[in-house]
Design a protein around this ligand. Structure first.
Ligand SMILES: *Cc1c(COP(=O)(O)O)cnc(C)c1O
Length: 383
């Protein structure tokens, strides 16, 4: 094994994938309700995305950001025309997008402190590890980037207590993903946006998991009627090609002038071609209506078959982002579900997380829910 043992890998070696289906090297097929951790939002090898990448592959692959690349401008416009943001910086991952947001917030405000939340997840670089409100991701790495403070999610008073004259920004996920699929309360998120405006503190929303249609809106913050000063994207943006983006209001653009920030691969044309196809598909009229209908069907199925189980404590859902809080650790349920042909994720301690493709069919949902019921029922008996 020539790889770092960074990941606890399951015993599944992938051969190919198409739509909602992943096939392993033994020919076993799985329903993918994890989508590569919320990445392949349009399913594997979505035809429009595949065609766009193939076309770009025959055009050019890389020239650097020393030259104008119209495809970057097209993708940036798709984002800004469909969001409160005005200026886009492209990078290659979620952590990099948050890294850019943190740098920008410090630069435009001239302040340092950034308030984030317990159970949050913002990435694995030094800045984003410091931003992440989970002790376990920081262990062994020595001193952290300073001036992060962690408030309690869904508790506005806890944020107020941490705000001071050195506070540059508050950064949050509107649904905490890795933390256990915990949706922000409406009062909390709205109150936070109002508070930030009043105190002249930037509001950064990490939309890396919730963005690009995942919650049934283009971006998760739309559910709350708020407009962040800065938001970040990655995961679903390239449907499998690595791409991230940091999006900000016009007034902050000048702070990232030449020499202030950059990325060799950021805005790579292959990734841009994928992102353009993704955004064109997801933002097309009716697409998100269909997602909401699919989400509603999933909710009905879960309410009928999963919620009544004693083994299940709570089901939390925002669009096609679902957390099933169980009585025991979720990590050991994942391989059991895998055995039965369905790929899911865990989140937090006891949460089975479902992130199916936005294009998932009702049949696939029904099948996955019955498998889930079967496995969870067996767990219930063993409890
Ligand atoms: C996955 C994730 C990240 C980190 O993204 P990477 O591409 O792995 O760096 C950051 N924030 C949230 C909310 C995420 O879900």
């Amino acid at each position: 094994m020539a790889l770092f043992p960074t990941y606890n890998r399951y015993d599944l070696a992938v051969k190919s994938a198409d739509g909602t289906i992943v096939e392993d090297i033994n020919g076993k097929k799985y329903l993918d309700f994890g989508t590569g951790i919320g990445v392949c939002n349009l399913g594997h090898r979505h035809p429009a995305v595949q065609e766009a990448i193939e076309n770009q592959l025959n055009n050019y692959w890389h020239v650097s950001n020393l030259y104008k690349q119209p495809i970057q401008e097209e993708v940036a416009e798709l984002i800004t025309e469909n969001s409160p943001g005005d200026s886009v910086f492209f990078c290659n991952s979620g952590a990099e997008a948050n890294e850019a947001a943190i740098k920008l917030a410090r630069k435009v405000s001239g302040k340092e402190k950034i308030i984030t939340f317990n159970q949050s997840f913002h990435g694995r670089t030094f800045a984003t590890m410091a931003a992440t409100g989970q002790e376990k991701v920081r262990i062994g790495f020595g001193s952290m980037l300073e001036s992060f403070a962690y408030a309690t999610y869904n508790d506005l008073e806890s944020v107020k207590k941490l705000m001071d004259e050195n506070t540059a920004a508050v950064m949050l996920e509107v649904v905490q993903g890795e933390g256990g699929v915990i949706p922000g309360n409406e009062d909390f998120i709205k109150g936070l946006a109002t508070l930030c405006k009043k105190e002249n503190i930037l509001l950064i929303v990490d939309e890396i998991q919730t963005g690009i249609g995942r919650t049934g809106e283009k971006f998760g913050f739309e559910h709350y009627g708020i407009e962040p000063d800065i938001f970040t994207l990655a995961k679903g943006l390239g449907n499998g090609l690595p791409v991230g983006a940091m999006v900000a209001k016009q007034e902050y653009a000048a702070a990232f002038g030449p020499g202030s920030h950059g990325s060799t691969f950021g805005g790579n044309p292959l990734a841009m071609s994928a992102a353009k196809a993704v955004l064109t598909t997801v933002f097309a009229s009716e697409f998100l209506q269909d997602v909401m209908e699919t989400a509603h069907y999933l909710q009905e199925q879960l309410t009928e078959h999963i919620k009544p189980l004693d083994f299940v404590k709570e089901i939390r859902q925002k669009g096609l982002m679902v957390g099933i809080e169980c009585q025991t650790q979720a990590t050991h349920l994942v391989p059991k579900l895998m055995d039965k042909g369905i790929l899911v994720l865990s989140a937090g301690e006891n949460v089975v997380r479902l992130l199916p493709p936005l294009t998932v069919s009702k049949n696939e949902i029904a099948k996955a829910v019955m498998t889930l019921k079967d496995v969870l029922q067996k767990e219930e008996i063993m409890l």
